[in-house]
Write a protein that binds this ligand. Structure first.
Ligand code: ADP
Length: 563
C-alpha cells in the first residue's frame, strides 16, 4: 500500500472514532510550504483550495511552526486565523481540530479535521486523535525513508549506465539521456546541463521543456544561482526561488520555477566547467542524499564533456598538421622541380664544354669543369631522392605487381654491381636458394630497394666482399621470401642502428669526405619495403660488416620453381 492509500484508510478509520465532515493530511514539502496530501471530504461543497503556505498566517501554518495542536470551537467566534476561517466559511465548516504529525522530533505535517457543526472537537477528541497522529507520522516517515533508499538505488543504476555510455555515446545524446533519467528518478520537472563556453552559458541535454525556452537570458552567466555554483564549486539548492510576496514580473523571470538544485561539473584538474541543474515548478527541498547522487552524476557528465572537448582538439590539431604537412610537401615538390630543370641545363652545358663543343680547353679548365659536373650530379641525385621520398610520404607511388623469377632480378643486379665491386677490389656473390617459387610484387620497386642496399654495401666496404642472398623463411606462416645484402665493411654502431632509417640521418663518426651521402637512401628503402607489405631488419658489427634483410610476403599458393 502506498502512502496516500494509507492516509486515506486512516482518515476513514478516524471517522469511526471522531466523526468529521472533512479530513485532510497536509505534508510539508519544504520548511516553508506544505501541501494537502490526502483529503477525505464529506462536504457538499467542492474541496478547499490546496497548497497553503505557513507564512500566510493560516492555522495549519501555526501548527507547523509551533508543533502544537489547535482546536477551534467556532470560526464565527474566533479571530485567530482569518485566512483559514474565510476559506472554511466558504464551504460551511464551523469547527476544526489540527494536530502536528511528529516522528523522531521531525515535523512532517498536519492532521486536520473539520466539521459543519460548531464545538465538534474538544479535549476528548484530542486525546483520541493524538496516538493516531503518531502512527500516521511514523507511516509518513517510513514511506519517505523507503522512497529515499529506492531513489538512491535508482540513481546508482543511472550512474552505472552513465559510466557505460561515456565510452559509446556522443556528448549531446549522453547528457540528454542523463537528464531524462534524473527527471524520472528525482521527479523533477526540468533538468539540464549548462556549460560555460567563452564566458557564456550553453544549455545541453535540456529535458522536460523546449530546449530554446531555457535560454539563459533572464539570469545569464553573470548572475543567478548557477553562477554561484560556478563560483563556489559547491552545490546550491533553493527550495523556493519565488518568495511568497513576489510580483508577477519576478515570477516570470524564473520561468515559473520554484525548486532549484545545481551541482558543479568539475574537470580533472578541479575547474568548474558547468552545472547540472534540476528545477521544479513546485517548491521542493532536495535532500543531502539527492544532492550526493547528483554530484556523482555530474562527475560522469564532466568526464564525457571533457572527453568530447579533448577529442575535438585532437581532431583540429591533426587537421592542422595534415594541412601543414601538405603545404610542406607541396613546397618541396615545387622547389625540387624548379631546381631540377636548371640543374639539368648546367649538367648538359658542362658536358658540352668538356667535350670541346665550344673550343679546346686547358688542363686546369678541364679539372674545374669535372668538379662542376660531379657536384651538379650529386645535387641532382639529392633532389631526385627528396622527390622520391616526398612522393612515398604522400603515398603517391602507384604499385604495379607482376609475376617474375627471382633470377630475373638478381641477374640484372649482378650486371650493374659487379663492375662497381670489381673497381673497388671487392667480391660480389649472389646466392639464390634452390626451388624458390616465382614472386609476385612490384619488380621495379624491389629493384630500387636492392640497388640502394647494394650501393651502400659497395660504398661502405673497403676489403672483402658483398653477398646478395635470396631464400625462403620457413619459420613464419605464411612463408616469406627473404633478400639479404651482407657486406664486410665499416659496420654501424649500436647507438646509430635505430636511427639509420630516419630521413637525413647519417651515422656519427664516419668520415664524410670518404663516404659522402645524403642520409636519404635507407629512409626511401624503408618506405618502399612497407609499400610492398614487407619488413626490413639490420644486423651490424663495427669493423666487421652489416647485413640488411628484407622479407616480403609470398602469395598464398606459389607456383613452379624458377631455377
Ligand atoms: P647515405 O646517403 O648517407 O648512405 P642512407 O640512408 O643510405 O644514407 O644510410 C644512412 C646511414 O647509415 C649512412 O650515412 C651510413 O652511416 C649508414 N649505413 C648505411 N648502410 C651502411 C652499410 N652497408 N655499412 C655501414 N654503414 C651504413
Amino acid at each position: 500500500m502506498n502512502l496516500s492509500d494509507i492516509c486515506l484508510t486512516l482518515c476513514r478509520e478516524i471517522h469511526k472514532l471522531v466523526p468529521y465532515d472533512r479530513a485532510a493530511i497536509n505534508l510539508a514539502d519544504t520548511a516553508e510550504q506544505f501541501a494537502v496530501y490526502a483529503e477525505e471530504s464529506r462536504l457538499p461543497a467542492p474541496a478547499i483550495p490546496q497548497g497553503f503556505s505557513t507564512v500566510m498566517g493560516t492555522a495549519t501554518g501555526w501548527v507547523m511552526r509551533n508543533a502544537e495542536s489547535v482546536i477551534c470551537e467556532d470560526i464565527l467566534n474566533d479571530d485567530r486565523f482569518p485566512l483559514t476561517h474565510q476559506r472554511y466559511r466558504s464551504v460551511g465548516i464551523r469547527s476544526y481540530i489540527m494536530l502536528p504529525l511528529i516522528a523522531e522530533q521531525e515535523l512532517l505535517g498536519v492532521l486536520n479535521l473539520g466539521s459543519l457543526v460548531p464545538k465538534r472537537f474538544g479535549r476528548k477528541e484530542l486525546e483520541l486523535l493524538t496516538p493516531i497522529a503518531d502512527i500516521l507520522a511514523l507511516a509518513v516517515q517510513n514511506s519517505r525513508r523507503y522512497e529515499e533508499s529506492r531513489n538512491r538505488e535508482e540513481m546508482q543504476k543511472v550512474l552505472k549506465e552513465l559510466s557505460q555510455d561515456i565510452a559509446v555515446l556522443d556528448v549531446d545524446t549522453l547528457l540528454q539521456k542523463l537528464t531524462e533519467k534524473i527527471r524520472d528518478v528525482l521527479k523533477v520537472d526540468v533538468s539540464d546541463v549548462r556549460l560555460i563556453v567563452n564566458g557564456e552559458w550553453r544549455s545541453l541535454g535540456v529535458s522536460g521543456t523546449e530546449p530554446g525556452s531555457l535560454q539563459p537570458t533572464a539570469y545569464g552567466a553573470g548572475r543567478g544561482l548557477s553562477r554561484s555554483v560556478l563560483q563556489s564549486g559547491q552545490p546550491v539548492t533553493v527550495s523556493d526561488m519565488i518568495p511568497a510576496d513576489a510580483s508577477t514580473a519576478q515570477r516570470q523571470t524564473r520561468h515559473g520555477f520554484r525548486g532549484y538544485a545545481g551541482v558543479p561539473l568539475l574537470s580533472r584538474n578541479g575547474d568548474v566547467i558547468g552545472v547540472l541543474r534540476v528545477l521544479t515548478y513546485r517548491a521542493r527541498q532536495f535532500s543531502q542524499d539527492e544532492i550526493g547522487s547528483l554530484q556523482q552524476l555530474a562527475g560522469g557528465a564532466a568526464i564525457a564533456v571533457e572527453n568530447a572537448r579533448l577529442f575535438e582538439e585532437v581532431r583540429r590539431k591533426s587537421a592542422e598538421l595534415e594541412n601543414a604537412f601538405k603545404l610542406k610537401t607541396d613546397f618541396l615538390n615545387t622547389m625540387a622541380h624548379e631546381l631540377r630543370t636548371p640543374l639539368n641545363v648546367v649538367i648538359g652545358t658542362q658536358q658540352l664544354l668538356q667535350e670541346g663543343a665550344y673550343g679546346k680547353l686547358g688542363d686546369q679548365q678541364q679539372k674545374a669543369l669535372s668538379r662542376i659536373g660531379r657536384y651538379a650530379r650529386e645535387l641532382l641525385e639529392l633532389i631526385n631522392e627528396i622527390l622520391g621520398l616526398m612522393r612515398l610520404e604522400a603515398k603517391k607511388v602507384p604499385l604495379h605487381p607482376e609475376e617474375f623469377a627471382v633470377r630475373d632480378v638478381t641477374d640484372d643486379l649482378e650486371l650493374s654491381f659487379e663492375p662497381l665491386a670489381r673497381e673497388k677490389g671487392l667480391r660480389l656473390e649472389i646466392t639464390v636458394a634452390r626451388g624458390l617459387p616465382r614472386v609476385t610484387t612490384d619488380r621495379l620497386r624491389l629493384r630500387e630497394i636492392l640497388e640502394n642496399l647494394l650501393a651502400n654495401a659497395v660504398k661502405y666496404t673497403e676489403t672483402g666482399g658483398i653477398e646478395l642472398r635470396v631464400g625462403i623463411e620457413n619459420a613464419r606462416r605464411p612463408k616469406r621470401i627473404v633478400w639479404s645484402v651482407a657486406d664486410t665493411g665499416i659496420g654501424i654502431r649500436n647507438s646509430d642502428l635505430p636511427r639509420i632509417f630516419e630521413p637525413f640521418y647519417m651515422a656519427e663518426g664516419v668520415d664524410r669526405r670518404k663516404y659522402p651521402g645524403s642520409g636519404l637512401g635507407l629512409s626511401i628503402v624503408k618506405k618502399l619495403v612497407e609499400l610492398l607489405d614487407g619488413e626490413i631488419e639490420v644486423e651490424s658489427e663495427p669493423g666487421r660488416g652489416s647485413t640488411f634483410t628484407v622479407s616480403l610476403p609470398l602469395p598464398p599458393k606459389s607456383k613452379a620453381s624458377c631455377r
